[in-house]
Ligand binder design. Structure first.
Ligand code: DPM
Length: 358
């Protein structure tokens, strides 16, 4: 029974309930992330019925090619956005770091949830138990297809070798454990935690070893930009500090014209209403790099603001002070401009060319 543009169902007592359809990829991590958001929505809106619609994306289908080599920006998002557009689903849960900094017209990020650890972690082959990146033998092969991770770690640990590894988290862990191809793999700590595999983390990499990817560790809810109803509903999931950090990070990446497949890394922090952003670009081998840091006040005072209908790098957050969002976005742009003035574009252009020729 359809009522207006929304799907509704009548229960045994004749009460009509709204159904929210949540789109997700089929991987276990995607399902866990979607279930997590579903739980939160269920608590906030007990009367709403939730339906989960799982689908495969290009990124899930092409498993033999490094992500950075597939010339498609929205690898994990396109099919899900098509379903949103066709009104087959009402919202989609993503890892924020997989969302391009410019979303296609008509879509927006309606919620950015509190970030988990944004750091990368080392998962060792069981035979190397007790070792660290430092103490692994010369020539040990580390699995990652992230140009960002490889660039930073090659520079820092020149005795190690780096090799692509693809597939979802389950596949990668299997490839690590059941073969002798890799001494260790590098994965996001957040994904490992969500999968319940924290016990496999032997080392968490701090910013001195490996800065993280833009948006890493945060979940995002993508919705139709014109769907005020759903926007209002999911906006209660926003975590202000995460929103501001991720706006700064995404603005930085967007200004550098970087997609999810360039060696760009960040580190952000909010302390006493000051947002600080460290950003860096790397050559593929990490030999060339530029790194700078800047900060800005995100203190909104006690100003009461009109809720302006403004997106910041794809994010719509009426309930987070606009002036703080504007400051965060400017911080990202300013830091990118500083790096660009020092030659960041040359480093990134060369990295892109070399990666394409690999
Ligand atoms: C993006 C990258 C990777 C994913 C590139 C990067 C890792 C690819 C690889 C943009 N997306 O980080 O430099 O290791 O070959 C991805 C993961 C998560 C979201 C898995 C991971 C889970 C963590 C999160 C894949 N996307 O990075 O280990 O929610 O941030």
């Amino acid at each position: 029974m359809e009522e207006g543009p929304y799907k509704c169902v009548r229960d045994g007592n004749g009460t009509v309930n709204r159904v929210i359809r949540m789109g997700t990829r089929k991987s276990q991590l995607a399902r866990i992330q979607t279930d997590y958001v579903a739980e939160k929505l269920k608590t906030l809106y007990p009367d709403v019925l939730l339906e989960i619609v799982a689908m495969s994306t290009i990124g899930d289908k092409i498993l033999d090619t490094a992500l950075s080599k597939i010339g498609e920006k929205s690898l994990f998002t396109k099919e899900l956005e098509n379903a949103l557009e066709r009104n087959e689903v009402d919202l989609v849960v993503h890892s924020l770091k997989d969302l391009p900094t410019t979303l296609p017209n008509g879509f927006t990020i309606g919620a950015v949830l509190q970030r988990e650890s944004p750091h990368d972690a080392v998962v060792l082959h069981p035979k190397n138990s007790g070792l660290t990146l430092d103490t692994l033998p010369d020539g040990s092969v580390i699995g990652t297809s992230s140009l960002r991770r490889a660039a930073q770690l090659k520079k820092k640990f020149p005795h190690l070798e780096f090799k692509d590894i693809r597939g979802n988290l389950n596949t990668r862990l299997k490839k690590l454990d059941e073969k002798e191809d890799y001494a260790a793999i590098i994965l996001a700590a957040a994904g490992l935690k969500r999968m319940g595999w924290e016990a496999r983390v032997s080392q968490v990499l701090g910013p001195e070893d490996c800065m993280y990817a833009v948006g890493q560790g945060a979940l995002a809810v993508e919705v139709r930009a014109r769907d005020c109803d759903i926007l209002g509903m999911v906006s209660t999931l926003h975590h202000s500090e995460t929103v501001l950090r991720c706006i700064a990070e995404r603005a930085f990446l967007r200004r550098l014209e970087g997609g999810c497949s360039v060696p760009v890394a960040v580190n952000t922090e909010v302390k006493d209403s000051v947002l600080s952003l460290t950003g860096a670009v790397y050559s593929l081998d990490g030999a060339d790099s530029l790194k700078e840091a800047m900060e800005t006040s995100v203190d909104s005072g006690n100003k009461v603001e009109e809720s302006a209908d403004i997106q910041h790098v794809g994010v719509t957050a009426h309930n987070v002070p606009q002036c703080a969002q504007v400051a965060a976005e400017k911080l990202g742009v300013d830091l990118a401009d500083l790096l660009l003035s020092k030659g960041a574009m040359e480093i990134l252009t060369t990295a892109r060319k070399l990666n394409d020729a690999r």
